[in-house]
Design a protein around this ligand. Sequence first.
Ligand SMILES: CC(C)(COP(=O)(O)OP(=O)(O)OC[C@H]1O[C@@H](n2cnc3c(N)ncnc32)[C@H](O)[C@@H]1OP(=O)(O)O)[C@@H](O)C(=O)NCCC(=O)NCCS
Length: 168
Amino acid sequence: MNIRCETLPDYPAIAEVNTLAFGQENEAKLVEKIRDSDRYISDFSLVAEVENVVVGHILFSYIDLVGEETLEVLGLAPLAVRPQFQRQGIGSALIKAGLETAEAKKEAIVIILGHPEFYTRFGFQPSVVYEIESPFPVPEEFFMVKPLQKYQNMYKGKVIYPAAFDEV
Ligand SMILES: CC(C)(COP(=O)(O)OP(=O)(O)OC[C@H]1O[C@@H](n2cnc3c(N)ncnc32)[C@H](O)[C@@H]1OP(=O)(O)O)[C@@H](O)C(=O)NCCC(=O)NCCS
């Protein structure tokens, strides 16, 4: 398995992986909307390929953390692995690669809405621990953050997702 940044020819395969993994097109559309927005960072759209076929995809993009001031922080969404390739470590490898990129780019914190059993393995903790509030009512263990080396305690407040996320 190889992990690398997405390139334009990967777009259809990325849409397919997301549609198959989620069983709906919403996440594939989300990826396209984020790509078309000013919150997209190409270094943070990674694909996992096996024998030159894209089998997994992860995207991190900027979302807002609104406290005393509004700070741009990384949101992780979506993460998808082609169903036949799940439970082989590909999703975990994509998360680790993304977090390494985030550290290298001196990002401060990553936000995720997802399953706690999976994401706590990578150091994510409930956001309430860091006084970070979800924009929607979800059980607090599902809305998680991972502070990175550049984290400072100014990173607190309420998360606001950009319009690209409206229909997900
Ligand atoms: C979640 C997902 C990205 C994980 O990718 P993956 O490559 O299978 O993950 P890994 O092999 O690295 O990790 C395996 C862990 O993921 C979880 N997992 C993966 N596939 C699963 C499935 N079909 N059912 C339940 N749990 C699953 C398990 O906790 C598993 O741990 P275990 O094998 O120790 O029990 C993948 O299952 C997927 O694309 N799911 C559909 C889309 C989705 O829900 N995305 C996450 C949105 S937050």
